[in-house]
Every structure is written in C-alpha cells, then in structure tokens.
Design a protein around this ligand. Structure first.
Ligand SMILES: Nc1ncnc2c1ncn2[C@@H]1O[C@H](COP(=O)(O)OP(=O)(O)O)[C@@H](O)[C@H]1O
Length: 289
C-alpha cells in the first residue's frame, strides 16, 4: 500500500488522500473526524503511526477496527433433522456473532404467507414431508445470500442438488454444523412445539412452557408439526443427509443436540471462536444498496 512520501515535491498523501503531507499529518486523532477524513481505517492508522502523536490505546483501537474491516466474514451452515434445535441455536449464534440468519423453511413460509403460486406449490410438498422443489427455493436462497457478505444458513442445502448449486454460485461455507438428536426425542419435540405469533418465540408444551395465560392462549402449531408429518420429514432428512455431508466433510462439526441449549451452544461457540481466531470476522455487513 502507498504511504506518505517524505519529499518536498509531494503534495498528495496517498493513504489518506489529503492534499498535502503536512495537512494529512496535522489531523489530530478524533474517531469521528478520522473515520471520515481517511479513505479507510487502515490508511488512518498508517498516518497516525507516522505522526507518532496518537496514544498506543488509540493505535490499538484503530488497528483492531482495521483488522475487522479486512477480515473475511463468517459463513456458516447449520443442519440437522426437524426439531434438532437449529432455530434455537441460530438465535444464540446471531446474538453473539451478529450474523444474518437465512432460514430455508422461513423463506418458504413467507412465500406461503404471501399467497403466491410458488408458495401454494411449496406447501403441497411441505405437507407431505417432502422437500420443496429446487426451482422454487434455489433462486430464493441465492438472492438472500447475495445480499450479505457473511451469513448463517439454516436448513439449506438439504439435498445434493442444492449443495451443488450453492457451490456453483460460489457460496462456500467456513463451517458446516450438524446437530444430532435421537429420533424419539425429535418426535416428542415436534409434537409439543408451539409458536407465539406475536413475538415469534418458540415454546414447548412439556419443556418450555409459556410465561403467561395470555401467551398460552394465542400459541399456534405449525401445519407440519404433527406426528405423522414429522415421521415423513425424518425419512426425507435421513435419505439426503449423507449426500449433503459428503460435500462438506472437511469442515463439518457434529454436535450432540440432546442436551441443554446452553451446552449445545457452548460446543458451537468453541468452533466459531476458533474460526474468529483464524481471522474470520464475527459481523456480517449487508451488501444491499
Ligand atoms: N432446503 C430445503 N429444500 C427443500 N425444502 C425445504 C428446505 N428447507 C425446508 N424445506 C421445507 O420446509 C419444511 C420445514 O422446514 P424447517 O422450517 O426448516 O423445519 P424442520 O427443520 O423442522 O423440518 C421442510 O419439511 C421442507 O418441506
């Protein structure tokens, strides 16, 4: 990268694009001024270092900010059978790591709610416990991912064809999290699962009761959360999971999902912390205009 050149003929200081070296280096440290005066945090840092008037604390703060700007954002896939705890863990991951969650099931339910033809068709498959057709979902996911430079992809890909198209579009995850839970527990979790349509919070009639009578009265059940439908969904999951895993073998972390949500998150957190230490940044920035 170009730097301040110590020459009398020099009138432009490249790193900060200030009209002269003396002006550039006379800018005193003030976060709000410096961020807007320099073309990037890294350039501001270079000039402050050269001027040698900023405190080491100021330099350290700017260095951390510059590193975060330059680090690669995290790209995570979370996978697992129905009710394996993907949604719960996504909430904890987004809270701590600031990633944007993109949920395949959520995208499909929004499409159904919109009343579109695609939504109507997707619902037919979902009611049978089958995967929605690629023609509907692949483009929806591609568009959602294209708007983010870091993401947490939930419930996608669920088939070899989806995994292959994701790769073809250039979406390469850093980590593939697989949650594993015994089937009898999954069925129990699905049957008792309820949604508060007002807050979006998920409850369970045995394991996570609503806080008030008022909330209890308004809880709803997902149309595909019945015993017979979950058995079909499990069949679909078991039929596809090995193919999908074969695409991500080197980056897969398998986590036992049959313990408390805090314990499950502890294991996920360890894997994510390792990636952050390797230079991945924990915040995703929107690429949308
Ligand atoms: N990647 C996907 N490809 C095709 N259909 C999907 C995909 N993700 C979700 N669906 C459909 O939406 C339903 C609900 O998915 P989701 O909300 O993720 O819940 P769960 O993980 O509990 O099955 C699935 O049973 C399936 O019919």
């Amino acid at each position: 990268m170009a730097s301040c050149v110590n020459s009398p003929a020099m009138t432009l200081c490249p790193p900060c694009v200030s009209p002269s070296k003396s002006l550039c280096c006379s800018i005193s440290f003030n976060k709000s001024v410096s961020r807007s005066s320099f073309s990037s945090t890294r350039n501001a840092l270079l000039c402050l270092r050269r001027k040698q008037t900023a405190t080491s604390f100021q330099i350290t703060a700017l260095a951390a900010e510059a590193a975060a700007e330059e680090a690669e954002p995290l790209r995570i896939i979370i996978s697992g059978a129905p009710a394996s705890g993907k949604g719960t863990q996504c909430e904890l991951i987004t809270q701590k790591y600031g990633l944007v969650q993109i949920s395949a099931g959520g995208l499909l339910r929004a499409e159904i709610d919109s009343g579109s033809e695609n939504g109507r068709l997707a619902k037919e498959f979902m009611e049978k416990g089958e995967l929605a057709p690629d023609e509907i979902l692949v483009t929806m996911v591609k568009e959602a991912l294209s708007k983010q430079n870091g993401w947490l992809l939930d419930g996608y890909p669920r088939s070899l064809s989806q995994a292959t198209s994701l790769k073809r579009f250039g979406f390469e995850p850093d980590l593939f999290i697989l949650l594993e839970v015994p089937e009898d527990i999954l069925i129990d979790r699905v049957i008792g699962r309820r949604l508060d349509p007002v807050t979006g919070k998920i409850y369970h009639l045995k394991y996570s009761l609503p806080e008030t009578e008022e909330i209890a009265a308004r809880l709803t059940q997902r149309f595909d959360d019945t015993k017979e439908k979950v058995k079909l969904r499990l069949k679909t999951h078991n039929r596809n999971v090995r193919d999908v895993l074969s695409m991500y073998r080197d980056i897969t972390v398998t986590i036992k999902g049959n313990c408390s949500k805090e314990e499950v998150f502890g294991q996920i957190d360890m894997a994510l912390t390792k990636l952050v230490k390797q230079g991945k940044t924990s915040t995703s920035r929107s690429l949308a205009g």
